[in-house]
Write a protein that binds this ligand. Structure first.
Ligand SMILES: CC(C)(COP(=O)(O)OP(=O)(O)OC[C@H]1O[C@@H](n2cnc3c(N)ncnc32)[C@H](O)[C@@H]1OP(=O)(O)O)[C@@H](O)C(=O)NCCC(=O)NCCS
Length: 146
């Protein structure tokens, strides 16, 4: 498994996984805009030339926000999301990020378990954060300083 930054050509595969994994997927255009932003940190997991999962952070300063992370349904429970998250955190720390925040649907037990395992702590609930009215739990992790 290789964990690497996105190239422009990867955005199609990332957009396809977004559609597969989310009810409210980021569009190709939104992903491309993020890709070209200086404050975006991207990682994808690739095996035999196939993109199996991806994640990206919006990191304008010391605080970053996990924009999204997903792994194709066939490739789950192989530690791929953990690998993506750890790679994102390493890259973020090297650019001066000290804290990562994220929002997760309160019904999303797999994602919450992943974040708890990786050291994220629940902070507060954002009521009706999502378009369909579901609440978000905001989680936070302080990155170790090098
Ligand atoms: C959440 C998601 C990214 C996890 O990807 P993954 O590659 O399967 O996760 P990993 O294999 O790295 O799992 C790491 C740990 O997370 C937890 N976990 C992951 N999936 C889980 C599940 N379905 N049920 C319970 N715990 C789960 C476990 O603790 C797991 O460790 P273990 O397998 O040793 O028990 C994946 O389920 C996904 O893409 N979901 C749809 C998109 C999504 O909801 N993204 C998060 C948005 S906030």
């Amino acid at each position: 498994m290789q964990y690497r930054k996105w190239a422009y050509e990867d955005i199609l595969a990332v957009a396809a996984l977004e559609k597969e994994c989310f009810r409210d997927p980021w569009s190709y255009r939104m992903l491309a805009d993020s890709f070209f932003s200086d404050s975006t940190i991207t990682v994808l997991a690739e095996e035999d030339g196939k993109v199996l999962g991806y994640g990206f952070l919006i990191a304008p300063g010391e605080d970053a926000d996990l924009a999204n992370i997903a792994v194709g349904t066939e490739y789950r429970r192989r530690g791929i999301a953990q690998g993506i998250l750890q790679s994102l955190e390493k890259r973020a720390a090297s650019t001066g990020v000290r804290r990562i925040f994220l929002e997760v649907r309160v019904s999303n037990a797999p994602a919450m378990s992943l974040y708890l395992k990786e050291g994220y702590v629940g902070r507060y609930v954002r009521p009706r954060y999502y378009g369909d009215g579901e609440d978000a739990l905001v989680m936070e992790k302080l990155l170790p300083q090098g």
